[in-house]
Design a protein around this ligand. Structure first.
Ligand SMILES: [Zn+2]
Length: 419
């Protein structure tokens, strides 16, 4: 095996500190050698071999996305993009991960720096070329004591001949799993000069979306508070918050889920349009149907009220990173949308318009499961009346809260509380 590893390595890495020929992954009594290969003069490690050695898993997603699922942490990568994502943090890489011969390769720095920092309890020993679990016993001041069956690290080059014992490194393990309470971010759609939709069609306008969304959002916050959750509202007064800032507020406060509340309006402002009614819940994805595109365009309209400084930037890198973050939560967002939509059947007069997908700017910036609920058509006279009633708003809020609570409990049980 070693000979094969050596054969795969091309001599003469030009980096300031040459990478070892292979690294040893030590996990308790188990040691595994993982070859380091040189691609275009840079040191890389094959992700699937590394994950196997670390008792983790390489998950291949769509659109060149990969997740390295370690026993106590997850890191996300995109082929060709020199960044890794850990939780809500985006970390630069010296080189982009790359797929060669159908296999994902990560830069050596990923092993030597990112895994020790974000991998959930690993320490990289430069002198030994060894990545080991940083359990309290193994990281004591005599880490060399356990080197019983390790193959000797070979030919690491002149600059890595560190003779002293590896630093008794303060191992940066991740803090214990995030304690309760969970943080629910509630986003009342529109606000300030952006009124959202107004209605109903065919009568003097008295229904304003921004007021109803705020009223329902506040009631939802009250219920969740009472149930022991932390609640963050993107706005709790009649103000305009830029769409791009709503997600940012949620991220910087480490929200666990993001719920945006809106009211719907049909595409045509006539008698036929006035008959449209019902509730639907969206999660982030490309809009697929005509109707989804209509709602998407309507809700994204708010951007025009935002100042230039707040308007979303068209930076492709930002988009890629945001896309990477959101892709990771697509499945969760879809589950959350399903839970909420199913719940609303019990309380809303309907009809149930189902779970939809669209590319909402407001959901795009939130690095957590995120949904947008259209609680009904303010353009329809009877539904506008229903939505404006305080008791109905409370019933909707209680119902949505129960779904969020059920979803979070389910989510916790699925991931075993380890995040
Ligand atoms: Zn809206």
């Amino acid at each position: 095996m070693i000979a094969l590893f050596l054969a795969m390595q091309i001599a003469g890495a030009p980096a300031a500190r040459p990478a070892p020929t292979f690294i040893v992954v030590r996990d308790g009594q188990t040691t595994t050698s993982v070859p380091v290969t040189i691609n275009d003069g840079e040191a890389f490690v094959r992700a699937d071999v590394l994950m196997k050695a670390m008792k983790g898993m390489l998950i291949t997603g769509t659109n060149l996305h990969f997740t390295l699922a370690l026993p106590r942490a997850r890191l996300d990568l995109i082929d060709g993009i020199p960044f890794a994502k850990f939780d809500t943090l985006t970390v630069p890489l010296t080189r982009a991960p790359q797929v060669r011969g159908g296999q994902l390769y990560v830069p050596f720095q990923f092993v030597s720096e990112l895994i020790p920092r974000y991998g959930g309890g690993y320490f990289y020993d430069v002198a030994q070329g060894e990545l080991r679990t940083a359990t309290p016993t193994a990281v004591s001041s005599t880490p060399a004591r356990t080197t019983t069956a390790a193959p000797p690290p070979v030919n690491r080059g002149p600059t890595s001949t560190t003779t002293s014992a590896p630093p008794a490194a303060p191992v940066r393990t991740r803090a214990a799993p995030r304690p309760s309470p969970k943080v629910v971010v509630i986003d009342a759609g529109h606000g300030g000069p952006d009124r959202g939709m107004v209605g109903p069609i065919g009568s003097p306008t008295w229904f304003t979306e921004k007021d109803v969304t705020l009223s329902v959002a506040k009631k939802l916050a009250t219920v969740l508070h009472a149930r022991g959750f932390d609640v963050l509202m993107t706005r709790d007064t009649d103000t305009l918050i830029a769409l791009s800032d709503r997600g940012r507020i949620a991220n910087s406060n480490h929200g666990d889920v993001f719920i945006s509340i809106h009211c719907n309006a049909p595409g045509s402002n006539n008698a036929k349009g006035a008959r449209e009614r019902g509730f639907e819940t969206y999660f982030l994805a490309e809009a697929k149907t005509e109707d989804e595109r209509r709602v998407q365009d309507m809700e994204n309209e708010s951007v025009k009220f935002e100042t230039g400084a707040n308007a979303p930037k068209g930076d492709p890198l930002n988009f890629i990173i945001t896309d990477m973050a959101q892709n990771e939560h697509l499945r969760e967002s879809s589950d959350l949308a399903q839970t909420i939509q199913q719940g609303l059947i019990d309380v809303h007069p309907g009809p149930n318009r189902g779970v939809q997908q669209a590319n909402f700017a407001v959901l795009r910036g939130s690095y957590m499961p995120a949904v947008l609920i259209e609680i009904g058509f303010g353009s329809n006279l009877s539904e506008a009346t229903y939505l404006s009633d305080q008791a109905n708003q409370r019933a909707l809020a209680r119902n949505i809260a129960e779904s969020v609570i059920a979803y979070l409990a389910h989510y916790d049980s699925r991931i075993g509380g380890a995040r």
